[in-house]
Design a protein around this ligand. Structure first.
Ligand SMILES: Nc1nc2c(c(=O)[nH]1)N[C@H]1C(S)=C(S)[C@@H](COP(=O)(O)O)O[C@H]1N2
Ligand SMILES: [Mo]
Length: 245
C-alpha cells in the first residue's frame, strides 16, 4: 500500500472508531500507530489523543496559510506586559549583542549562538496569523531562520524526537515533536513587519509555530534542547500540549 492510501485508511479508522466505539478505542488504535501525544504528568486524555492523531495523519505535511501584504494587521497585538528582569534589561540596553541561544541535548555540536550568528543564517519571511486561544489574533510578517536550518547546523542526531524550547522568562518553556520542529514554516523569528522583533512581541528572538495556537510561539527564546523523550519533563501549563489549528 502506498503511504498516502495507508494514511487515509488509518485516519478513517481512527475517526470511524471514535464515532462508533468511543474515544478510548480510538486511542488504542492511535497507540498502535505511534500517534499518542507525549504524556503531560503521565496523563493524556482520549480527546487529546484523537486530536493529535488525526491532525498528525492529515496535516503532517500541510502548510499554515500565508497571506498577502495587504492583509497585515495595522497593530501587531501585544499579549501582556513585556517581560522584565534585571538580566533582560541589561541585555536590552546593550542592543541584545550579548543575547545567547544555548543548544544542547541530542546534537553533535552543542554550544551557544549569538543573535549575529543566527542572523547570518539564510533568512526567510512569512506572513501568517498568530491566534491566541483567548480569541484575538493578528496577521504579521515574520522574519527569521527556519528552525530546521539551525538544528541541521548543530548536527541533530537521528534519535531526536522532541525539541524543548525555553525562554529567559522562567514561566515559559514548551516542547514540540520533530514534525513541527523541522516544518519549513517553524521559525526562530527576530523580525516583525520589516523591523526588529519588538520586545513586546518576543524580541529579540521568539519561536514562531504558525500551525499551532499562539501560546506555542514562546517569546525571548534562549535555549533549545533536543531529546528523544519528554519523560521527566513536566510543563506547568494547563494548555493542551498539541495545539494544532
Ligand atoms: N515568554 C512568553 N511567551 C509567550 C507568552 C508569554 O506571556 N511569555 N504568551 C503566549 C501567548 S498565550 C500568546 S497568544 C502569544 C502572544 O504573542 P503576541 O504578544 O505577539 O501577541 O505569545 C505566547 N508566548
Ligand atoms: Mo495566548
Amino acid at each position: 500500500m502506498n503511504k498516502l492510501s495507508r494514511r487515509k485508511l488509518i485516519t478513517g479508522a481512527v475517526a470511524t472508531t471514535a464515532g462508533v466505539s468511543g474515544l478510548a478505542v480510538a486511542a488504542n488504535l492511535a497507540d498502535r500507530y505511534g500517534l499518542i501525544p507525549p504524556a503531560r504528568r503521565g496523563f493524556y486524555s482520549p480527546g487529546d489523543t484523537l486530536t493529535y492523531a488525526s491532525q498528525r495523519l492529515l496535516t503532517r505535511h500541510s502548510m499554515a496559510r500565508e497571506f498577502p501584504r495587504s492583509e497585515i494587521s495595522k497593530t501587531p497585538f501585544v499579549n501582556g506586559p513585556p517581560f522584565q528582569s534585571a538580566e533582560f534589561k541589561r541585555l536590552e540596553a546593550g542592543g541584545f549583542s550579548g543575547w545567547q541561544l544555548a543548544i544542547d541535548g541530542l546534537v553533535a555540536r552543542p554550544g551557544t549562538l549569538s543573535l549575529a550568528q543566527i542572523r547570518s543564517y539564510p533568512s526567510r519571511s512569512q506572513i501568517t496569523h498568530l491566534a491566541c486561544e483567548e480569541g484575538w489574533s493578528y496577521i504579521a510578517e515574520w522574519t527569521g531562520v527556519p528552525l530546521a536550518h539551525v538544528l541541521e547546523a548543530v548536527g541533530m542526531l537521528p534519535q531526536a524526537r522532541y525539541l524543548i524550547y525555553s525562554s529567559m522568562d522562567p514561566n515559559w518553556e514548551d516542547s514540540m515533536d520533530m514534525a513541527d520542529a523541522l516544518h519549513p514554516q517553524t521559525f526562530l523569528a527576530y523580525g516583525l513587519n520589516g523591523g526588529d522583533l519588538p520586545v513586546g512581541n518576543g524580541g529579540p528572538l521568539r519561536m514562531r509555530v504558525p500551525r499551532q495556537l499562539g501560546y506555542k510561539s514562546v517569546k525571548h527564546i534562549n535555549r533549545l534542547k533536543v531529546t528523544d523523550t519528554l519523560k521527566g519533563y513536566a510543563s506547568d501549563s494547563s494548555y493542551s500540549w498539541y495545539a494544532g489549528i
